[in-house]
Design a protein around this ligand. Sequence first.
Ligand SMILES: Cc1ncc(COP(=O)(O)O)c(C=O)c1O
Length: 348
Amino acid sequence: MNLEKLVRKNILELKPYTSARDKFQDGIFLDANENSFGSVIESEIENLNRYPDPHQKQLRQSLANFLKINEDKLFFGVGSDEIIDLAIRIFCEPRKSNMIIPQPTYGMYQVACDINEVKVKSVQLDSDFDIDVEAVMKAIDENTKMIFLCSPNNPTGNLLSTDRIKFLAENSNLIIFIDEAYIDFDERGSFINHISGFKNVIISRTFSKAWGLAGVRCGYCIADDFIIKLFFKVKAPYTINKLTANAILKALQKNETRLKLISQIIYEREKLISELSLINSVEIIYSSNANFLLIKIKNASEVFEYLNQKGIRVRMRKDDERLKDCLRITVGTPEENNLLITALKEMK
Ligand SMILES: Cc1ncc(COP(=O)(O)O)c(C=O)c1O
Protein backbone atom coordinates (compact mmCIF):
# COMPACT_ATOMS: atom_id res chain seq x y z
CA MET A 1 0.00 0.00 0.00
CA ASN A 2 1.35 3.40 -1.01
CA LEU A 3 0.91 5.53 2.11
CA GLU A 4 2.53 8.56 0.49
CA LYS A 5 -0.36 8.78 -1.94
CA LEU A 6 -2.73 9.36 0.99
CA VAL A 7 -0.73 12.26 2.43
CA ARG A 8 -1.51 15.84 1.33
CA LYS A 9 1.13 16.91 -1.16
CA ASN A 10 1.95 20.14 0.70
CA ILE A 11 2.53 18.18 3.91
CA LEU A 12 4.84 15.70 2.16
CA GLU A 13 6.79 18.65 0.78
CA LEU A 14 6.53 20.80 3.93
CA LYS A 15 9.76 22.10 5.38
CA PRO A 16 8.93 22.01 9.09
CA TYR A 17 9.74 24.82 11.49
CA THR A 18 13.02 24.26 13.23
CA SER A 19 12.86 25.33 16.83
CA ALA A 20 15.61 26.55 19.13
CA ARG A 21 15.50 23.35 21.22
CA ASP A 22 15.68 20.98 18.24
CA LYS A 23 19.43 20.46 18.34
CA PHE A 24 20.68 21.36 21.80
CA GLN A 25 19.05 20.72 25.15
CA ASP A 26 22.02 21.95 27.19
CA GLY A 27 24.41 24.89 27.20
CA ILE A 28 23.90 28.62 27.66
CA PHE A 29 20.52 29.33 26.15
CA LEU A 30 20.58 32.63 24.30
CA ASP A 31 18.75 31.21 21.31
CA ALA A 32 15.02 31.23 22.12
CA ASN A 33 14.27 34.65 23.61
CA GLU A 34 13.16 33.08 26.88
CA ASN A 35 13.47 34.87 30.20
CA SER A 36 17.02 34.05 31.28
CA PHE A 37 16.42 35.36 34.81
CA GLY A 38 13.67 32.95 35.80
CA SER A 39 9.88 32.84 36.19
CA VAL A 40 7.37 34.92 38.13
CA ILE A 41 6.18 31.84 40.02
CA GLU A 42 7.96 29.11 41.89
CA SER A 43 7.18 25.56 40.91
CA GLU A 44 8.33 22.07 41.79
CA ILE A 45 8.98 21.73 38.05
CA GLU A 46 12.39 23.13 37.21
CA ASN A 47 13.14 25.68 34.51
CA LEU A 48 9.63 26.74 33.60
CA ASN A 49 11.32 29.73 31.96
CA ARG A 50 12.64 27.34 29.28
CA TYR A 51 10.69 25.79 26.42
CA PRO A 52 9.92 22.06 26.72
CA ASP A 53 11.43 19.31 24.58
CA PRO A 54 9.77 19.45 21.15
CA HIS A 55 10.72 15.82 20.50
CA GLN A 56 8.87 14.51 23.57
CA LYS A 57 11.85 12.23 24.19
CA GLN A 58 11.39 11.32 27.84
CA LEU A 59 7.65 10.95 27.45
CA ARG A 60 8.00 8.70 24.43
CA GLN A 61 10.61 6.53 26.17
CA SER A 62 8.47 6.12 29.29
CA LEU A 63 5.31 5.33 27.37
CA ALA A 64 7.22 2.94 25.08
CA ASN A 65 8.38 1.06 28.20
CA PHE A 66 4.87 1.05 29.58
CA LEU A 67 3.25 -0.22 26.37
CA LYS A 68 6.22 -2.41 25.39
CA ILE A 69 6.40 -0.93 21.93
CA ASN A 70 9.01 1.07 20.05
CA GLU A 71 9.11 4.79 20.91
CA ASP A 72 9.32 5.66 17.19
CA LYS A 73 5.69 4.62 16.98
CA LEU A 74 4.47 7.18 19.53
CA PHE A 75 3.36 10.79 19.34
CA PHE A 76 1.84 12.94 22.13
CA GLY A 77 -0.84 15.56 21.57
CA VAL A 78 -2.74 18.14 23.58
CA GLY A 79 -5.54 15.67 24.25
CA SER A 80 -6.66 13.21 21.61
CA ASP A 81 -8.64 16.11 20.18
CA GLU A 82 -5.37 17.58 18.89
CA ILE A 83 -4.40 14.24 17.37
CA ILE A 84 -7.76 14.01 15.57
CA ASP A 85 -7.26 17.48 14.12
CA LEU A 86 -3.65 16.86 13.08
CA ALA A 87 -4.55 13.57 11.39
CA ILE A 88 -7.17 15.35 9.29
CA ARG A 89 -4.69 18.08 8.40
CA ILE A 90 -2.03 15.56 7.38
CA PHE A 91 -4.20 13.49 5.08
CA CYS A 92 -7.24 15.46 3.95
CA GLU A 93 -7.18 18.13 1.27
CA PRO A 94 -9.63 20.93 2.26
CA ARG A 95 -12.60 21.17 -0.11
CA LYS A 96 -11.52 18.01 -1.92
CA SER A 97 -11.01 15.00 0.33
CA ASN A 98 -13.73 13.27 2.27
CA MET A 99 -13.85 11.18 5.38
CA ILE A 100 -16.13 8.29 6.31
CA ILE A 101 -17.59 8.38 9.80
CA PRO A 102 -19.82 5.55 11.06
CA GLN A 103 -22.54 7.14 13.19
CA PRO A 104 -23.62 7.69 15.88
CA THR A 105 -20.23 8.52 17.32
CA TYR A 106 -18.10 11.19 19.02
CA GLY A 107 -19.22 14.55 17.65
CA MET A 108 -15.76 16.07 17.49
CA TYR A 109 -14.81 14.15 14.30
CA GLN A 110 -17.49 16.04 12.40
CA VAL A 111 -16.47 19.38 13.95
CA ALA A 112 -12.79 18.79 13.16
CA CYS A 113 -13.74 17.95 9.56
CA ASP A 114 -15.93 21.06 9.32
CA ILE A 115 -13.10 23.26 10.61
CA ASN A 116 -10.78 21.75 8.02
CA GLU A 117 -13.41 21.91 5.24
CA VAL A 118 -13.35 18.17 4.79
CA LYS A 119 -16.59 16.57 3.67
CA VAL A 120 -18.02 13.92 5.96
CA LYS A 121 -19.69 10.86 4.52
CA SER A 122 -21.82 9.53 7.35
CA VAL A 123 -22.59 5.83 7.36
CA GLN A 124 -24.80 4.23 10.00
CA LEU A 125 -23.38 1.69 12.42
CA ASP A 126 -25.40 -1.53 12.25
CA SER A 127 -28.20 -2.47 14.68
CA ASP A 128 -25.62 -3.60 17.27
CA PHE A 129 -23.72 -0.32 16.78
CA ASP A 130 -20.90 -2.27 15.12
CA ILE A 131 -19.32 -1.38 11.76
CA ASP A 132 -21.46 -2.03 8.69
CA VAL A 133 -18.50 -2.99 6.54
CA GLU A 134 -20.50 -3.19 3.34
CA ALA A 135 -21.95 0.30 3.81
CA VAL A 136 -18.50 1.73 4.57
CA MET A 137 -16.90 0.08 1.52
CA LYS A 138 -19.76 1.35 -0.64
CA ALA A 139 -19.25 4.92 0.57
CA ILE A 140 -15.59 5.05 -0.50
CA ASP A 141 -14.82 7.14 -3.58
CA GLU A 142 -11.64 8.43 -5.20
CA ASN A 143 -11.47 11.38 -2.76
CA THR A 144 -11.92 9.38 0.45
CA LYS A 145 -8.82 9.50 2.63
CA MET A 146 -9.78 8.25 6.06
CA ILE A 147 -12.26 6.27 8.11
CA PHE A 148 -12.83 7.35 11.72
CA LEU A 149 -13.70 4.53 14.11
CA CYS A 150 -14.33 4.86 17.82
CA SER A 151 -13.87 1.78 19.98
CA PRO A 152 -15.38 1.60 22.56
CA ASN A 153 -17.74 3.90 20.76
CA ASN A 154 -18.93 7.12 22.31
CA PRO A 155 -21.90 7.43 22.98
CA THR A 156 -23.01 3.80 22.52
CA GLY A 157 -20.33 2.30 24.77
CA ASN A 158 -19.57 -0.86 22.76
CA LEU A 159 -16.33 -2.11 21.26
CA LEU A 160 -16.17 -2.41 17.48
CA SER A 161 -15.22 -5.85 16.24
CA THR A 162 -11.55 -6.35 15.50
CA ASP A 163 -12.27 -8.50 12.44
CA ARG A 164 -14.27 -5.73 10.81
CA ILE A 165 -11.58 -3.14 11.57
CA LYS A 166 -9.00 -5.53 10.08
CA PHE A 167 -11.12 -5.97 6.98
CA LEU A 168 -11.27 -2.22 6.43
CA ALA A 169 -7.55 -1.81 7.12
CA GLU A 170 -6.76 -4.53 4.59
CA ASN A 171 -9.23 -3.66 1.88
CA SER A 172 -9.98 0.06 1.92
CA ASN A 173 -6.54 1.49 1.04
CA LEU A 174 -7.33 4.35 3.41
CA ILE A 175 -6.10 5.67 6.74
CA ILE A 176 -8.01 3.90 9.51
CA PHE A 177 -8.13 6.10 12.59
CA ILE A 178 -9.19 4.14 15.69
CA ASP A 179 -10.07 6.30 18.67
CA GLU A 180 -9.45 4.17 21.76
CA ALA A 181 -10.18 6.91 24.32
CA TYR A 182 -12.12 4.41 26.48
CA ILE A 183 -10.07 1.28 25.80
CA ASP A 184 -8.62 1.10 29.34
CA PHE A 185 -12.04 -0.11 30.47
CA ASP A 186 -11.71 -3.23 28.30
CA GLU A 187 -8.13 -3.52 27.08
CA ARG A 188 -8.69 -6.91 25.47
CA GLY A 189 -10.64 -5.13 22.78
CA SER A 190 -7.71 -2.96 21.69
CA PHE A 191 -6.29 -3.04 18.18
CA ILE A 192 -2.80 -2.49 19.60
CA ASN A 193 -1.73 -6.11 19.18
CA HIS A 194 -2.64 -6.04 15.50
CA ILE A 195 -1.28 -2.65 14.51
CA SER A 196 2.21 -3.82 13.53
CA GLY A 197 0.66 -5.55 10.51
CA PHE A 198 -0.88 -2.33 9.24
CA LYS A 199 0.97 0.76 8.09
CA ASN A 200 -2.30 2.64 7.53
CA VAL A 201 -3.74 2.38 11.04
CA ILE A 202 -3.55 5.11 13.70
CA ILE A 203 -4.67 4.32 17.24
CA SER A 204 -5.32 7.31 19.46
CA ARG A 205 -5.63 7.18 23.22
CA THR A 206 -5.99 9.61 26.08
CA PHE A 207 -5.05 10.23 29.69
CA SER A 208 -8.42 11.99 30.18
CA LYS A 209 -10.51 8.95 31.10
CA ALA A 210 -9.14 5.96 33.04
CA TRP A 211 -6.00 7.83 34.13
CA GLY A 212 -8.16 10.62 35.54
CA LEU A 213 -6.13 13.42 33.98
CA ALA A 214 -8.64 15.28 31.81
CA GLY A 215 -7.37 18.58 33.21
CA VAL A 216 -3.84 17.86 32.06
CA ARG A 217 -4.81 17.67 28.37
CA CYS A 218 -2.71 14.82 27.03
CA GLY A 219 -3.36 12.12 24.48
CA TYR A 220 -1.12 10.03 22.28
CA CYS A 221 -1.21 7.98 19.14
CA ILE A 222 0.42 4.78 18.01
CA ALA A 223 1.20 4.37 14.32
CA ASP A 224 3.87 3.42 11.81
CA ASP A 225 7.05 5.59 12.05
CA PHE A 226 6.24 7.15 8.67
CA ILE A 227 2.96 8.53 10.02
CA ILE A 228 4.49 9.52 13.38
CA LYS A 229 7.10 11.62 11.55
CA LEU A 230 4.29 13.45 9.76
CA PHE A 231 2.64 14.29 13.09
CA PHE A 232 5.94 15.77 14.31
CA LYS A 233 6.26 17.69 11.06
CA VAL A 234 2.90 19.47 11.38
CA LYS A 235 2.59 20.04 15.12
CA ALA A 236 3.35 23.42 16.68
CA PRO A 237 6.87 23.32 18.15
CA TYR A 238 6.14 23.06 21.88
CA THR A 239 2.74 21.46 22.32
CA ILE A 240 3.36 19.31 25.40
CA ASN A 241 4.25 21.64 28.23
CA LYS A 242 6.48 20.76 31.19
CA LEU A 243 3.62 20.62 33.73
CA THR A 244 1.75 18.14 31.55
CA ALA A 245 4.88 16.08 30.84
CA ASN A 246 5.65 15.92 34.55
CA ALA A 247 2.12 14.73 35.37
CA ILE A 248 2.23 12.05 32.66
CA LEU A 249 5.65 10.76 33.73
CA LYS A 250 4.34 10.46 37.29
CA ALA A 251 1.12 8.83 36.11
CA LEU A 252 2.99 6.14 34.20
CA GLN A 253 4.51 5.04 37.53
CA LYS A 254 1.01 4.63 38.96
CA ASN A 255 -0.49 1.87 36.88
CA GLU A 256 -1.75 0.07 40.00
CA THR A 257 -3.85 3.13 40.83
CA ARG A 258 -5.20 3.28 37.29
CA LEU A 259 -6.23 -0.38 37.52
CA LYS A 260 -7.88 0.23 40.88
CA LEU A 261 -9.85 3.20 39.47
CA ILE A 262 -10.92 1.09 36.50
CA SER A 263 -12.26 -1.71 38.69
CA GLN A 264 -14.09 0.78 40.94
CA ILE A 265 -15.69 2.38 37.88
CA ILE A 266 -16.67 -0.98 36.39
CA TYR A 267 -18.13 -2.09 39.74
CA GLU A 268 -20.19 1.10 39.95
CA ARG A 269 -21.22 0.76 36.31
CA GLU A 270 -22.64 -2.70 36.92
CA LYS A 271 -24.41 -1.50 40.08
CA LEU A 272 -25.87 1.40 38.13
CA ILE A 273 -27.11 -1.04 35.46
CA SER A 274 -28.99 -3.12 38.03
CA GLU A 275 -30.50 -0.05 39.67
CA LEU A 276 -31.51 1.54 36.36
CA SER A 277 -33.12 -1.71 35.26
CA LEU A 278 -35.58 -1.39 38.17
CA ILE A 279 -36.82 1.99 36.94
CA ASN A 280 -39.97 1.63 34.84
CA SER A 281 -39.27 4.40 32.36
CA VAL A 282 -35.87 2.92 31.42
CA GLU A 283 -36.48 0.88 28.28
CA ILE A 284 -33.00 -0.18 27.20
CA ILE A 285 -29.62 -0.11 28.91
CA TYR A 286 -27.06 -0.66 26.18
CA SER A 287 -24.15 -2.83 27.21
CA SER A 288 -21.02 -0.82 27.87
CA ASN A 289 -17.28 -1.42 27.67
CA ALA A 290 -16.63 2.12 28.87
CA ASN A 291 -17.13 4.45 31.85
CA PHE A 292 -20.59 5.55 30.76
CA LEU A 293 -23.96 4.06 29.92
CA LEU A 294 -26.34 4.81 27.10
CA ILE A 295 -29.94 4.31 28.10
CA LYS A 296 -33.19 4.60 26.23
CA ILE A 297 -35.78 6.18 28.49
CA LYS A 298 -39.38 7.33 28.12
CA ASN A 299 -39.71 11.11 27.69
CA ALA A 300 -35.94 11.51 27.49
CA SER A 301 -36.08 15.29 26.94
CA GLU A 302 -38.22 15.80 30.05
CA VAL A 303 -35.98 13.55 32.12
CA PHE A 304 -32.98 15.49 30.85
CA GLU A 305 -34.55 18.82 31.90
CA TYR A 306 -35.68 17.42 35.23
CA LEU A 307 -32.19 16.13 36.02
CA ASN A 308 -30.72 19.48 35.02
CA GLN A 309 -33.03 21.23 37.48
CA LYS A 310 -31.72 18.89 40.15
CA GLY A 311 -28.17 19.85 39.19
CA ILE A 312 -27.46 16.45 37.63
CA ARG A 313 -25.86 16.79 34.22
CA VAL A 314 -26.12 14.00 31.68
CA ARG A 315 -25.76 14.12 27.90
CA MET A 316 -28.45 14.05 25.29
CA ARG A 317 -27.92 13.96 21.54
CA LYS A 318 -31.01 15.26 19.79
CA ASP A 319 -29.16 15.61 16.47
CA ASP A 320 -29.12 11.86 15.88
CA GLU A 321 -32.37 10.08 15.05
CA ARG A 322 -31.25 6.85 16.71
CA LEU A 323 -30.34 8.64 19.96
CA LYS A 324 -33.27 10.95 20.36
CA ASP A 325 -34.80 8.96 23.23
CA CYS A 326 -31.44 8.28 24.83
CA LEU A 327 -29.34 9.71 27.62
CA ARG A 328 -25.64 9.12 28.08
CA ILE A 329 -24.69 8.88 31.72
CA THR A 330 -21.12 8.91 33.01
CA VAL A 331 -20.52 6.49 35.87
CA GLY A 332 -20.11 8.68 38.94
CA THR A 333 -19.00 8.05 42.50
CA PRO A 334 -21.35 5.89 44.63
CA GLU A 335 -22.83 9.07 46.14
CA GLU A 336 -23.39 10.69 42.73
CA ASN A 337 -24.96 7.54 41.33
CA ASN A 338 -27.28 7.31 44.34
CA LEU A 339 -28.42 10.89 43.80
CA LEU A 340 -29.13 10.09 40.15
CA ILE A 341 -31.09 6.93 40.94
CA THR A 342 -33.06 8.65 43.73
CA ALA A 343 -33.90 11.54 41.41
CA LEU A 344 -35.08 9.16 38.68
CA LYS A 345 -37.20 7.18 41.15
CA GLU A 346 -38.79 10.37 42.47
CA MET A 347 -39.67 11.70 39.02
CA LYS A 348 -43.39 11.64 38.39
C1 LIG B 1 -14.24 9.14 21.87
C2 LIG B 1 -13.50 10.30 22.39
N1 LIG B 1 -12.34 10.63 21.82
C3 LIG B 1 -11.63 11.68 22.25
C4 LIG B 1 -12.08 12.46 23.29
C5 LIG B 1 -11.28 13.65 23.69
O1 LIG B 1 -10.27 13.25 24.51
P1 LIG B 1 -9.14 14.23 25.01
O2 LIG B 1 -9.54 14.69 26.36
O3 LIG B 1 -7.93 13.35 25.04
O4 LIG B 1 -9.01 15.34 24.02
C6 LIG B 1 -13.29 12.17 23.91
C7 LIG B 1 -13.78 13.01 25.02
O5 LIG B 1 -14.79 12.83 25.60
C8 LIG B 1 -14.02 11.06 23.45
O6 LIG B 1 -15.19 10.72 23.99
